[in-house]
Ligand binder design. Structure first.
Ligand code: P6P
Length: 337
């Protein structure tokens, strides 16, 4: 069968009425920027891009050189196209306006330019996560409050995983689709259309070192998985934890599984570890479009009304059966209180 390029796919989506020309251009620009990020991350030690940048981001986290480089690549790529009203990034406190002199568009782009960057120096897969919202009509200088829209209003969401191959997974709300970068021609080629995540799974992803800090229902749920055949689930489970959300989520998108970053006593004051606007919401959109589920353990992630650009939330996502069971345990525990 003739390979379908990303450009061709975007034209199909426009013809189907799923996206407009401006959103199509935005996705092309983001994909092209991610190809440049793939080149930068692929250079490793030879590109002088490893190690710390010597600066901290808005989260107070030490930035890697590639965090800064990836952020700059995405900002520069999106400055001149006329498809955006503003950007927001994990690496920057405030929204970034489109530079004076350039045309503005009707979209807001949010991104984590290089998620999992602590894995860069040990050559483990990292990725870019992005979310697209509509800029409210009549707003020419978007402020934080214009970005604070629930995940259900996303027009598009995607991630690129920089691994053995460079893969883009994308949704416009009409299924989730995977594209593989053909490095010889520099094009993303459709490799999986209408991804479906199995409702049942035997594989979970969580950072077990936080176990002593989890809430009781999380202790109960994971304890039952660890009990395996002898326990109430009556079957054994396997565990994976890459500590790179894009890599863990892509494994789930590819073969099923369930991912947890729950509240725990250490991070309870912050509301969680992962960020709602440019990690949890885009990943939740993709997972739901692939037939999975995404909750905070208590409510559907995409229905949350955001309260801050860098707001953190607990994340349970993946195979529907497991997300629903873990969420049920939290509701039961809350009801018992
Ligand atoms: P921990 C990476 O820093 C990240 O934001 C996600 O990509 C990943 O899932 C999580 O944090 C890993 O957290 O506590 O295991 O290092």
């Amino acid at each position: 069968m003739k390979p379908v390029s990303l450009i061709q796919f975007l034209i199909e989506e426009r013809r189907a009425g799923h996206i407009n020309a401006e959103l199509s251009l935005l996705i092309e620009v983001v994909a092209r920027a991610c190809k440049r990020i793939a080149v930068a991350t692929g250079k490793g030690a030879l590109g002088g891009v490893l190690g710390a940048a010597g600066t901290d981001n808005i989260q107070g986290e030490a930035q890697k050189k590639l965090d800064v480089i990836s952020n700059e690549i995405l900002l520069e790529a999106n400055a001149w196209g006329g498809h955006l009203a503003a950007c927001a990034s994990e690496e920057m406190e405030d929204p970034q306006p489109i530079p004076d002199g350039y045309p503005k568009g009707q979209h807001l782009l949010l991104f984590d330019p290089l998620d999992g960057s602590s894995n860069i120096d040990v050559n483990i897969s990292v990725g870019t996560i992005f979310s697209v919202l509509r800029c409210p009509d009549g707003v020419t200088e978007p402020k934080v409050e214009h970005f604070l829209q629930p995940g259900t209003t996303q027009l598009a969401a995607g991630y690129v995983v920089y691994g053995p191959s460079t893969l883009l997974v994308l949704t416009f709300g009409h299924g989730a689709h995977e594209f593989t970068l053909d490095r010889e021609i520099g094009s993303f080629i459709l490799s999986r259309r209408d991804i479906r995540i199995p409702e049942e799974t035997g594989e979970f992803a969580i950072n077990m070192s936080n176990q002593r800090h989890w809430e009781a229902p999380m202790q109960r749920y994971i304890g039952e998985l660890l009990a395996g055949q002898e326990g109430p689930r009556g079957r054994d489970f396997n565990m994976r934890w890459v500590a790179s959300m894009v890599a863990d989520v892509h494994r789930i998108v590819t073969r099923g599984g369930v991912f947890f970053y729950p509240l725990d006593a250490k991070i309870k004051s912050k509301g969680g570890k992962l960020r709602l606007m440019y990690e949890a919401n885009p990943m939740a959109f993709i997972i739901e479009q692939a037939g999975g589920a995404a909750s905070t353990g208590r409510e559907r992630i995409m229905e949350l009304q955001p309260t801050g650009l860098h707001q953190r939330v607990p994340v349970f996502l993946g195979s529907k059966q497991e997300v629903e069971l873990a969420t049920h345990y939290h509701h039961a525990a809350d009801g018992a209180q």
